[in-house]
Design a binder for this molecule. Sequence first.
Ligand SMILES: [Zn+2]
Length: 227
Amino acid sequence: MNYPHSTYATLKTLFDTVLDHLFPTKCVSCAVEGKALCDNCIQKIQRAEPPRDSFIFSIFDYRNQTMKQAIWALKFRGNRSLARIFAQAIHDRLLEETSDKMVFENFRHPLIVPIPLSKKRMKERGFNQSEAIARDLSFINTGGEWELGANVLLKIRDTAPQSSLKDKQKRARNIQGCFAITSNGTVCDRNIILIDDVTTTGATLREAKKVLQDGGARKIIAFTVAH
Ligand SMILES: [Zn+2]
């Protein structure tokens, strides 16, 4: 059955509330009951230094131990309530940034595009953390202005984890040509918000940006939880 966006968001919130009652969530860092990452712990995480590429915005400093724990819990333990918390942080920052007219002029009706996993990696993990964050980001924006483009980008080739490569050039080469767009019409003349969990050298996001630009996308910005 096809529910309207708002109905679906309400059902999801209800479902999450029920789950929270059945299985109380604990903070990944201090284990206090309530949230997957409590307000106290999240406030202690340093903000990220701005990445070199001006189109990338990052929220938290990835060198922080709590941040590392939280990303790990989302990515490998599938702790989805963290996706909601990260999406909220990105949403708040996005609203702050929209006052910057230089970056966001005419940035209307954006498509939220998560960095995809390869088929193989998706099978192993059964869960794409970036997609979970992107999905929650589209739920938070209740006006329906931000559209989720979960299947816009495809990862057509499996690559070694970027974290296993220390050299910047090796990272860029590793990721080259690994993304494709499912249909050119989807991104043509669209504004795009790319979403990923962590960025280091920005190679993945630059590669995704290039592919989207080739597909005719208009303005492309990227948000990551950590850097
Ligand atoms: Zn805590």
